[in-house]
Design a protein around this ligand. Sequence first.
Ligand code: PLP
Length: 222
Amino acid sequence: MTADVIKNIDLVEYQISEAAKVSGRLRADITLIAVSKGQTLDRINSVLSSGQLFFGENRVQEAQKHWLSRRKDYQMELHLIGPLQTNKVTAAVELFDVIQTVDRPKLVVELVKAFDKLGFERDCFVQINTGEEAQKNGIFPEQADSFIAYCRSNGIPVSGLMCIPPASETSAPHFALLRTIAERNGVLKLSMGMSADFETAITLGATHIRVGTGVFGPRQVL
Ligand SMILES: *Cc1c(COP(=O)(O)O)cnc(C)c1O
């Protein structure tokens, strides 16, 4: 198990370095987030012991199961990459270092309340629904500028944008659109690219790539 995971990480690392090289970027400017949703504690331990320190989870409850007891033992950083219900905001702010899925005014209000109550803040990314898919979370591109302004005026500093392109389309135009929105709003971080398309994302400026199966192998627990 550990041997598999190390082989996977070595390959992903090689691919990141190559994609960085061809696009004239530094490996150090790209953060590999290992997405541990649906993985066993065994595999998570293997990835942790390989030295990986950035992890992503989709759901607050599963993330608590995976990380509450062990995260204090590591200098790790945990990213929320799935939709956040308003009744879970406090728990999410307590557990996650970065909330990548800020996607509606109500959530902004609840985040501000949680920051006040807990006495600390978390890095926030805005999720953009670049494909304008009805079933997907995220702000539509034409509302992005005004929503980012809304976040900032309410005291949520938007440090990044994230997107999940439609499964049925090529990702590149979506990554390019996310970058355009970030540039015109002065947002520096771009969370884009998963196992299937992180190299493309890197060539288009991704600072954070979210790789699940590419690091851990197939998801086991769902
Ligand atoms: C599950 C998930 C990933 C990782 O997907 P893989 O295809 O396993 O790399 C990345 N981002 C989000 C938002 C996810 O839900």
